[in-house]
Write a protein that binds this ligand. Structure first.
Ligand code: SAM
Length: 218
């Protein structure tokens, strides 16, 4: 298969960047991508047989790294979803495995049953969708997580350093992305809590503007 339809969404999808994303991302993240991803995955506190959802997974780097920590034959499974067909096609080719699957889907309309995942993660995705979709997407995550399920979100947030302020505000204007403006005004913790999760704990901030939050479905 060399084509997969994208899913309609008002979010900013990255079909056009799918071919170069893996080359560019380490540079965009100032060489910190692997370290940040490893700490994001540690924050999930994985058990071998967990079912984990990665929302806005892009080319599936984080999804596959999660799958590699799960059992290969038991119930353990990492599922990555992205609205961009080309991202999912690339993810399947490069990183698909029996316990690592990828599907096209919009975060605001997840094609999964209630309480079907043990934990959920999202890296650098929520600054791609506008506030109303952020609210719906977190409600969807709440719906598909089991009670006690862990939510880990790593995304742009209120800048803490001059460097972070510069990068965050420059990206917002160069990319014409008001969704970034929402993130750097600090909307994420409130929206996560409004969806029903426990108040998010800010675990760490990277590069002065990317924050790691953990929360639970009570
Ligand atoms: C910056 S990338 C992050 C990819 C990956 N999580 C990472 O850390 O490298 C944001 C992704 O969100 C996807 N996206 C945008 N709107 C979406 C939506 N409504 N639902 C699901 N994915 C969406 C884009 O296609 C893109 O692949």
């Amino acid at each position: 298969m060399d084509h997969l339809d994208s899913v309609p969404t008002r979010g900013r999808t990255l079909d056009y960047a799918a071919g170069v994303y893996d080359l560019l991302e380490p540079w965009v993240m100032f060489g910190q991508q692997s370290k940040i991803n490893a700490e994001v995955i540690d924050a999930l506190n994985l058990q071998k047989d967990n079912r984990v959802l990665d929302v806005g997974c892009g080319t599936g780097v984080v999804t596959r790294a999660i799958a590699d920590r799960l059992s290969k034959k038991g119930n353990g499974m990492a599922m990555g979803i992205d609205a961009a067909g080309k991202m999912i096609l690339g993810a399947r080719k490069k990183r698909g495995a029996d316990n690592c699957r990828f599907e096209t889907a919009a975060a605001e309309d997840l094609p999964f049953e209630d309480e079907s995942f043990d934990s959920a993660v999202s890296t650098l995705f929520f600054h791609h969708i506008q506030l109303d979709l952020k609210k719906i997407a977190f409600k969807e995550l709440f719906r598909v997580l089991k009670p006690g399920g862990r939510l880990v979100v790593c995304d742009m947030h209120i800048p803490e350093t001059a460097f972070g302020w510069l990068v965050a505000h420059t990206s917002r204007w160069i990319l014409f992305q008001p969704q970034i403006g929402e993130n750097i005004r600090g909307v994420l913790p409130g929206v996560i809590e409004q969806a029903g999760f426990t108040p998010p704990v800010l675990e760490k901030t990277y590069l002065g503007y990317i924050s790691l939050f953990t929360s639970f479905k009570p």
